[in-house]
Structure formats: C-alpha cells, structure tokens
Design a protein around this ligand. Structure first.
Ligand code: CP
Ligand code: NVA
Length: 337
C-alpha cells in the first residue's frame, strides 16, 4: 500500500498541506507550533482507534542505530511500526560509534537506497544532524546528548490527557538541565505552556536552547522560569518531573553528581509543595533513592507508565506524518529548523 491508497478517517481534521511538516525530527525546534499540536492530535486519534491505522505504513521500512541502551524507545518504535504494517530493523551500535567504520555520509547514502526512515540514538547531537543533512529520507532523533524530542512530545501528550488545555498547565522540572529538560523546554515553548526549571548551579540548560525557548515563548505565550531552589519551583505546580542525575555516558561523573544533585531529589516533602492534584513524571529509567524516592514514583500520583505508553502513540503519529499514509512527506524544514 502506498500513501495515495491509504486514507484513514479523521485525518482531514489535521492541518497537513504540503510543506507543513519538516522532513526530519532532529530537534523539537524542527517543528512549528501547529505541527506540535498536529502530532498530539493525531496521536490521540491513533490511540483511540488503532485499528483504523493498521496498514497505514505497509511496505515502509525503518532502521534504528542505537549507540546507547534502550527499552522504551526501541520497543515503541518497533511495536509502533509493526502496528502500522511497516517493518523495522535494529542495529546495535553500542560497541562502536556511528561513523567510526565509514563516513557518516556514506552510511546515509546507503540507507536512503534501502529504507524509508532512519531513527538514531547517539552520544553527539551532531551525528543526528549530519545524518539528517546527508540522508535523503527522514531522520528522527531517538535521544542524543542534547535532546530527546520523542520523549518530550509524549510527555506533553500525557499532560494534555491529564489536564486538557496545555496553556494552563504548569510543569516543574527538577534536576539536571539535560537532553530531556531541553526537549521539554522547547515543547513547552511551542505549545504555549508553562515550565519552571530548578537545577544546581553549573547544571542548567544549554543557553542557546533556553534562549530559543524564551524567543518562541514570546510568540506562543509560553512562560519559562528558572530557579535554584526546587521548593520554590514546585510550589503550586500541576506536575513535577525529574530525570536521572547521571545520563548515559556520564557514568564517570556519578559520585560527584550524586552529591551535587542530592538537594534536588523529588521526595514526598517536595511533592507536598506542588498542587494537591499534581502528578509525578519521569522519562525512565528511574533510580529510586537518587533523583526520586520509591514513595513518590510508586505512588498514585505517578504517571510514569502513562508517559511510557504515550511514547507509542506519539511515535506512531510521528512516523505516519513523516512517511505519508495519507498525509504525505514534506521536504521543507520549518522556520524553527
Ligand atoms: N525514556 C527512554 O527513552 O527510555 P529508554 O532509554 O529505555 O529508551
Ligand atoms: N537523560 C537520560 C534520559 C534517558 C531516557 C539519558 O540521556 O541517559
């Protein structure tokens, strides 16, 4: 089945003229505000009526190269692609980085002859950027040291399910100003939502990403606030989010980071300062007793498995938007690229 033959119900409700969707998803910045909303809306439709989308990507092939381990990202891409009728291939790249055996541009020009989409998990963000630059097929960032776009889009889908209009939702991210924090900042900005970040001195977000989020926020009405003190940041918020203090590749800094981040632990005391209805969020994997206590992550306030489920629905929407299936592929990057 090709993209012309497939026509899912409801897709006409999603604005999707040619040129609407940027070709790659390297950064959340590759999307314009209506595109982020379209991803969340399509994900909602696909979650509600999965059977309507069976076969939407029949004949399409995805390849994943992962330089780091994964449970959620790998399996949600694989199961998502399978549920749409497509096929995926996984290449374990944990033993040698992409581009070590042969030039990245040569890899790109091979892949574009065989498959329809490339999904990369890398250390260097530049690896994803270079693959996107050279490959004549869509490239999706499945986590780099700088960003984790699929995660943040799934997290805002989860928040929308819980609270409705994202413009009224206030999220506090507590901990390391890392890849997940960066993508949350940008997604928040594009969606016109409200985010607070509490990070230790020296572990704040990338200044360029912060500046971009603030600039986008001026157009969308999003608010971005920075704090040193986690208690101030979480006061009255709807959701408290944290991530590991030691991201993949930072294991050598583990001892030092655990000391520095200790005051940023999300525990029962910190959660008690958020709104009474506040939920706890984490991208997972989580380290109980470090960035979060078992009492919080295993409580009824925790939505971490809803977030994990959302990865599936949101990535299916991303795949469908990038690969066609009635909406088509759009070769032009957005203004935020
Ligand atoms: N949250 C997330 O990306 O999980 P994995 O590392 O297991 O893919
Ligand atoms: N910040 C974490 C996210 C894991 C999904 C890491 O990069 O390891």
């Amino acid at each position: 089945m090709n993209s012309q033959q497939f026509s899912a119900p409801h897709l006409g409700e999603i604005p999707s003229p040619k040129g609407f969707w940027s070709r790659d998803l390297v950064s959340v910045r590759d999307l314009a505000p209506p595109e982020v909303e379209a991803v969340l809306e399509l994900a909602g439709l696909m979650k509600a009526r999965p059977a309507d989308f069976r076969g939407a990507l029949a004949g399409k092939q995805l390849v994943m190269f992962f330089e780091k381990p994964s449970l959620r990202t790998r399996l949600t891409f694989e199961t998502g692609m399978a549920s749409l009728g497509g096929v995926s291939f996984f290449v374990d790249q944990t033993q040698s980085p992409l581009g070590a055996r042969e030039k990245l541009s040569d890899v790109a020009h091979n892949l574009e002859r065989w498959v329809d989409i490339i999904v990369l998990r890398t250390f260097g963000h530049a690896t994803v950027e270079h693959m996107a630059e050279h490959a004549n097929i869509p490239v999706v960032n499945a986590l780099s040291d700088l960003e984790h776009p699929c995660q943040a889009l799934a997290d805002y889908f989860t928040l929308q399910e819980k609270f409705g209009d994202l413009k009224n939702v206030q999220l506090a991210y507590v901990g390391d100003g890392n890849n997940v924090a960066h993508s949350l900042l940008l997604a928040c900005a594009l969606l016109g939502s409200r985010i607070r970040l509490a990070t230790p001195v020296g572990y704040g977000p990338d200044p360029q990403i912060l500046a971009d989020a603030q600039e986008i926020g001026q157009e969308t009405g999003a608010t971005v606030e920075l704090f040193d003190d986690p208690s101030e940041a979480v006061r009255g918020v709807d959701a408290v989010y944290t991530d590991t203090w030691v991201s993949m590749g930072q294991e050598k800094e583990s001892e030092q980071r655990i000391k520095i981040f200790a005051p940023y632990q999300v525990n029962e005391e910190l959660m008690s300062q958020a709104a009474a209805h506040a939920v706890f969020m984490h991208c997972l994997p989580a380290y109980r007793g470090k960035e979060v206590t078992g009492g919080v992550i295993d409580s009824s306030r925790s939505v971490v498995f809803d977030q994990a489920e959302s990865r599936l629905h949101v990535q299916k929407a991303i795949l469908l938007l990038l690969l066609g299936g009635g909406i088509g592929r759009f070769p032009v990057r957005s203004a935020h690229a």
